[in-house]
Design a protein around this ligand. Structure first.
Ligand SMILES: Cc1ncc(COP(=O)(O)O)c(C=O)c1O
Length: 482
């Protein structure tokens, strides 16, 4: 046994850890419900936030600065107020705030260096890579994993290894409304010109139309595949891969039936394209650990990227795509504590009854949808539009779904103690990535009661031709689809 391991197992360490955990849990219990700030703390707090905005050169979206302490979905801010966090840092804190199991791993990380990298990895790197690779699924060909410090960087590595393998082909197919990150290459893949203002593009990306429910399966497949084939024929030997989010995140939680992906992937394989799934937002969060598992697509995936709730990021690839030395490296692969905690998160997720049609994630997700259905048929008739959910990805359109509607609702929710964000590209949706790893049914009810109250209180009145007021949205419920 190493000195480091005997230190972690020593009586002194165990006692100190137990005492620390006890203190943290007792602190955390004091943060177990929404509460407003006091007027005395407000002024200093807002100054602190202004200073942050000045230092960064841009104001924060919300007046949000956390103390770091929390409990389940609740998180304390620096003014002493407590919010219910339904967006979790855009998907990081799936196990909420101050989770005792994760704090315990953080304490275990004290025996390590702060950061580690590729040249001198610690055992935490090895354990995390192994933990993830052991869960890729029996039919999956994914064999290797590389640790990175951001989702964007994982996607960069995915692109590079695909290009190296498919040389001299370099071009990539991506999808309408997709998001891939903000580096020079990823902003070109991301289908949003606003995110690359003033930046060059290199003509390396062709966009495909995604599945459109209103067209149905057959016509959607035909549209996407014929578009892809047309581009491949126009640029023979130039396309290296097909990149997609199986469930689009920032694009608005869009997904397709399994058959759509199967037909698409078969056509892509025929065209000699690598299949690259960006699961940075979906990893851990759908009804299986990987969304490609939920949709039964294991055998098709050549490269996959993960991040966010793992507390670390990785590019996973098959043996065929293992790059030659020199292409992939980097100083940092993650903080020791994050890598250690990531391994524990994989264990918690896969051993905690989260997955499957009757798993915790599906049940809590359905509870959100049941509330939205109830509201859209009753108290919020005409003011909730489309509602979407796939596991821990839940979204709804308030009113007409304009950005003004969204902002109004988001800021009113924030005032009422609920933190959320948006997705979609018009109509926009309120995006929830709730901490389903720890949320209870009662807390889902609490969240929905606040949403209901805010939606009703902020609803615009839309005059009709006859002068009477009319509902502003038509309702479509779009649940888990596969
Ligand atoms: C699907 C997807 N890809 C890539 C990224 C970029 O990841 P990161 O912000 O960690 O660089 C994100 C982040 O939101 C994402 O949702």
């Amino acid at each position: 046994m190493t000195q480091s391991h005997s230190l972690l197992k020593s009586a002194n360490f165990s006692n100190a850890k137990a005492a620390l955990l006890k203190e943290l849990i007792s602190g955390s219990e004091k943060v177990s419900g929404i509460r407003p700030s006091t007027p005395e703390t407000q002024e200093a707090y807002l100054k602190q936030i202004q200073t942050l905005g000045k230092d960064k050169g841009r104001e924060s979206y919300y007046p949000y600065l956390a103390s770091g302490l929390g409990s389940g979905p609740y998180v304390e801010l620096m003014d002493g107020s407590v919010k219910m966090d339904l967006i979790t840092g855009i998907g990081i804190n799936f196990f909420g705030h101050s989770h005792p199991e994760l704090i315990s791993e953080m304490i275990n990380g004290l025996g390590s260096d702060v950061m580690q990298g590729n040249l001198q990895p610690g055992y935490e790197s090895q354990e995390l890579i192994r933990a993830v690779l052991s869960k890729v699924g029996e039919k999956s060909r994914l064999k290797h994993g590389w640790l990175l410090c951001s989702g964007t960087m994982s996607n960069e590595i995915a692109l590079k290894i695909i290009r190296q393998k498919k040389f001299p082909a370099t071009k990539i197919f991506a999808f309408q409304d997709c998001f891939a990150g903000r580096s020079t290459a990823m902003q070109e893949i991301t289908d949003n010109p606003k995110y690359r203002e003033g930046q060059p593009t290199y003509g390396e990306v062709s966009y495909l139309p995604f599945y459109l429910p209103r067209l149905g399966l057959e016509r959607s497949v035909e549209l996407t595949v014929s578009h892809m084939q047309w581009e491949v024929d126009r640029h023979p030997g130039k396309f290296a891969g097909l990149m997609l989010e199986i469930v689009q995140g920032e694009g608005g939680f869009n997904s397709a039936p399994r058959e759509y992906y199967v037909k698409l992937f078969e056509a892509a394989k025929k065209a000699n394209l690598a299949i690259w799934a960006d699961e940075i937002q979906t990893f851990g969060r759908t009804e299986q650990l990987f969304a490609y598992q939920m949709f039964g697509l294991e055998e098709y995936i050549d490269v996959v990227t993960i991040g966010k709730l793992l507390q670390a990021c990785m590019t996973l690839y098959t043996e065929e795509f293992n790059p030659r030395p020199g292409l992939v490296a980097g100083t940092f692969s993650g903080s020791s504590v994050a890598l250690k905690t990531g391994r524990r998160i994989v264990e918690l997720l896969t051993e905690g009854g989260y997955y499957g049609k009757d798993g915790r994630i599906a049940k809590l997700s359905q509870r959100f949808m049941d509330h939205f259905k109830r509201m859209s048929e009753g108290s919020c008739k005409g003011i909730i539009g489309e509602c979407r959910n796939i596991g821990g990805m839940v979204a709804f359109t308030p009113y007409s779904g304009t950005m003004d509607d969204i902002k109004k609702v988001l800021f009113k929710l924030f005032e009422a103690g609920v933190v959320a964000f948006y997705c979609g590209h018009g109509p926009y949706l309120i995006r929830l990535l709730p901490p389903l790893g720890v949320m209870t049914e009662k807390q889902v009810d609490e969240a929905c009661a606040i949403i209901e109250k805010v939606l009703i209180a902020s609803a615009p009145e839309v005059p009709t031709a006859s002068g009477a007021s009319a509902p502003v949205a038509s309702v479509v419920m779009k649940g888990t689809q596969s």
